[in-house]
Design a binder for this molecule. Structure first.
Ligand SMILES: Nc1ncnc2c1ncn2[C@@H]1O[C@H](COP(=O)(O)OP(=O)(O)OP(=O)(O)O)[C@@H](O)[C@H]1O
Ligand SMILES: [Mg+2]
Length: 398
């Protein structure tokens, strides 16, 4: 059952400066930049961690100044025609609804190293523009931004502290007429690590759960749960960092694949669905090669296809809220098979080593298990990582 509803982060996107929490210093600096525009820098770079209000600040600035906001992406920057159109002074335009313009280049770190053209155009734009430019970025300390940094004012956003986040969550719940335990709210706020968007997303998920305390995954290590990973892959743009996304999900890659498979139809349809399924079938091919030929290097491809590959199956970024499903049925079968398969492969190695029959090794598995947990023995038997992991896992569930 998938419930697609409006995303709370969109529903509650700040409209004015007063709606932006925990960034008073940045608001002050941005207002100041706009006030003195023309005398100094023409561009401001708002940079900082995700979900802290960078894009929201740009929208609020336009709103408060009754300015039209023009958003430019990398390909717009290389389209001179379009640029000229946008940059035409207001006085030359016949029908003007708004006199002011603010130009937004959102997520400039998305302009890649290979796309120097776009960056050069942006630099030229910063020099020639008669309108203020707001540029946002997560990280601007890359060398490729050196020239841009020199021509721009910098405003750094901080991670939002958890008390501020919690206050936002409380007032948002009140507006939604929903209720959640205080502990759950505290935990979501801490887990977000300064990312208000993540906190609001978790809040929305938790408020729809039977047992909202389930939303709290271990907040001490920066582990991404599978839901966040799916959200990023299905909703967001494919990025280079997406290639490492599963490194922080504590789950074997095969199990991740089942999750992806289960939830593809919740987000994709038509051509996108076909492309995603295609990527998935390639994953399967690599997987078989990996197991058959013990060719572990192929894991990289499997990983990339499952993250970047699935993500790029879509044409546009997706909005809206999707509640992802756990792949219950197949997962159970798979886990069972997996369990037996590991048990079998370990038993075979043991049988060969100690010259007993495989059948007997299987039958006496519970007896030899304590012995197999010894890491020296594991080395001697040349158990692979997954087999060792299996032995440890058995211990936990026993
Ligand atoms: N400082 C804030 N005050 C109020 N709401 C915020 C704030 N920061 C983020 N949010 C919430 O999170 C959503 C996303 O925020 P926004 O798009 O401004 O983040 P961002 O800093 O641009 O993130 P990214 O780096 O991922 O682009 C907003 O719609 C809003 O719901
Ligand atoms: Mg943004």
């Amino acid at each position: 059952m998938n419930t697609t509803a409006i995303n709370w982060t969109e529903k509650y996107r700040p409209k004015n400066f007063i709606d932006i929490e925990g960034q008073s210093q940045a608001i002050f600096l941005l207002k100041d930049f706009l006030k003195k525009f023309g005398s100094e820098n023409k561009a401001v770079i708002i940079h900082g961690p995700p979900g802290t209000g960078k894009t929201s600040l740009a929208y609020a600035a336009a709103n408060e100044n009754k300015a039209e906001l023009f958003e430019l992406n990398a390909s717009d920057l290389r389209n001179r025609e379009k640029l000229r159109e946008i940059l035409r002074p207001a006085t030359e335009q016949r029908s003007l609804t708004k006199e002011n313009k603010i130009i937004l280049v959102d997520e400039v770190d998305g302009i890649s190293e290979t796309d120097r053209g776009g960056l050069l155009e942006l630099l030229a734009l910063v020099e020639s523009s008669s309108y203020p430019l707001i540029i946002t970025a997560n990280d601007i300390w890359d060398r490729k931004f050196t020239a841009l940094r020199k021509k721009s004012e910098l405003i750094q956003l901080k991670e939002i502290d958890y008390k501020t986040i919690k206050n936002v969550l409380v007032s948002l719940l009140r507006k939604e007429k929903k209720f959640l335990d205080n502990d759950v709210l505290t935990n979501i706020s801490i887990k977000a690590r300064g990312d208000l968007r993540a906190a609001i997303n978790d809040l929305q998920i938790a408020s729809g759960m039977k047992d909202p305390s389930q939303i709290i995954v271990d907040e001490r290590n920066k582990e991404m749960d599978i839901f966040s990973a799916l959200r990023m892959i299905f909703k967001g743009k494919p990025t280079e960092s997406m290639l490492q996304i599963f490194d922080s999900v504590k789950m074997p890659i095969d199990e991740i694949m089942l999750w992806v498979e289960e939830n593809i139809p919740a987000e994709y349809s038509g051509v996108e669905l076909a492309k995603a399924i295609d990527a998935l079938s390639k994953v399967d091919i690599f997987k078989r090669r990996i197991y058959r030929q013990q060719y572990w290097r192929f894991l990289v491809y499997e990983n990339a296809l499952l993250s970047y590959g699935i993500s790029s199956a879509k044409k546009n970024v997706k909005t809206g809220f999707t509640s992802y499903k756990k792949p219950t049925r197949i997962l159970k079968i798979w886990l069972n098979n997996q369990k037996n398969e590991k048990k079998k492969s370990i038993a075979i190695k043991y049988a060969q080593y100690s010259h007993v029959g495989e059948k007997r090794a299987m039958a006496e598995f519970s007896l030899i298990k304590p012995f197999l947990k010894n890491s020296g023995v594991q080395k001697e038997l040349k158990l692979n990582e997954e087999e060792v992991e299996y032995l440890n896992r058995v211990e936990q569930s026993a």
